[in-house]
Design a binder for this molecule. Structure first.
Ligand SMILES: [Mn+2]
Length: 317
């Protein structure tokens, strides 16, 4: 089986680069650091986790010091890529470290995965990449130490919206229960990863709520944050991650849309309570999961707003 082969390759390799999608969320952070911690526990000494930036509320994660913005090697024995459906998603400056690695291994749970690895462990039904890692480690007889469990639980808690999304499985709770029995402070992780906001994050959410419009008889919500807003409020990467989920908490809302201005256009996040929003995103060149998906549109806010709302109304019919 693939996992047996991956374990053999890991044992052979000496230098590792660990990557995930840029602008990492809790699952990308938890998955990369879980892998890095496992490698460290195996006695590996060259482990580079590469992120340009990451959200401050994950500073408490074990082995956070393995995160660097610059690679220390040009060519690694192995690239382990997690929570990332496409090589391009790691960001331009890191793509080469995947291509140049002698062996590419990936673990992911996105629906549309390009299967870029030499070994691909992809399960689109899993609620978090961290959950795939927890079962993979168990299969490979890799010990899940307390530190590894903290990383994995951070990924599971954040990607399930705190165990509340319909994607959670019995394994999700089994792992949480097991971690609790191992002495992992589940409530502390939950509080730090889910319930703690910086002031600028709170200000950004407040602004997004203030702007939130109810459209199509209250079945759709739309809100946005611009580059200027971020500058004015001193918003840091990751601090707008909670905004897409705000709209779907309102009764009778079916789809929540959040337009977030980036360097070259808008990242549009969709959240749904029922319909498959990855279908809508695919029309705009994006994708994702059934109830949580996204796309990138380079257009004026008013124009893209009209376009995505029209398409969403069509899909709701
Ligand atoms: Mn994920």
């Amino acid at each position: 089986m693939t996992l047996d082969e991956i374990l053999k390759e890991i044992e052979k390799a000496e230098t590792f680069v660990v990557l995930a999608h840029e602008n990492p969320d809790g699952d990308a952070m938890g998955s990369t650091l879980a892998v890095a911690t496992v490698l460290k526990n195996m006695g590996k000494t060259t482990i580079d986790v590469l992120f340009k930036e990451y959200p401050a509320n994950f500073k408490m994660l074990p082995n956070i010091d393995l995160i660097k913005s610059k690679a220390t090697l040009e060519r690694y024995d192995m690239a382990i890529v997690v929570d990332c459906p496409d090589v391009k998603r790691v960001g331009k400056s890191y793509e080469d470290y995947i291509e140049n690695a002698k062996v590419i291994v990936q673990f992911d749970h996105h629906l549309k995965n390009t299967m870029f690895g030499d070994y691909n462990v992809v399960n689109p039904v899993a609620p978090a990449c961290s959950q795939i890692l927890s079962s993979s480690f168990s299969y490979m007889n890799i010990e899940i130490t307390k530190d590894v469990a903290i990383c994995l639980l951070t990924g599971i808690i954040t990607d399930t919206g705190g165990f509340r999304f319909s994607s959670v499985t019995t394994e999700t709770f089994e792992f949480a229960a097991w971690a609790l029995s191992k002495g992992v402070n589940v409530s502390k992780i939950y509080k730090e990863a889910m319930m703690t906001k910086t002031k600028s994050q709170f200000e950004a959410e407040k602004l997004a709520i203030d702007r939130l419009e109810l459209i199509d008889d209250g079945k759709i919500t739309f809100t946005y944050i611009t580059k200027e807003d971020e500058k004015a409020l001193n918003v840091k990467p990751g601090e707008t991650d909670g905004i897409p989920n705000i709209g779907v908490t309102i009764k009778d809302v079916e789809v929540a849309i959040f337009a977030h201005e980036r360097e070259n256009g808008f990242k549009i996040s969709f959240r749904s309570n029922r319909i498959d929003v990855s279908d809508i995103c695919m029309l705009f060149g994006g994708g994702g999961h059934k109830l949580a998906a996204g796309c990138f549109i380079d257009a004026k806010l008013e124009d893209l707003k009209k376009a995505v709302i029209e398409e969403t109304i069509k899909h709701l019919k």
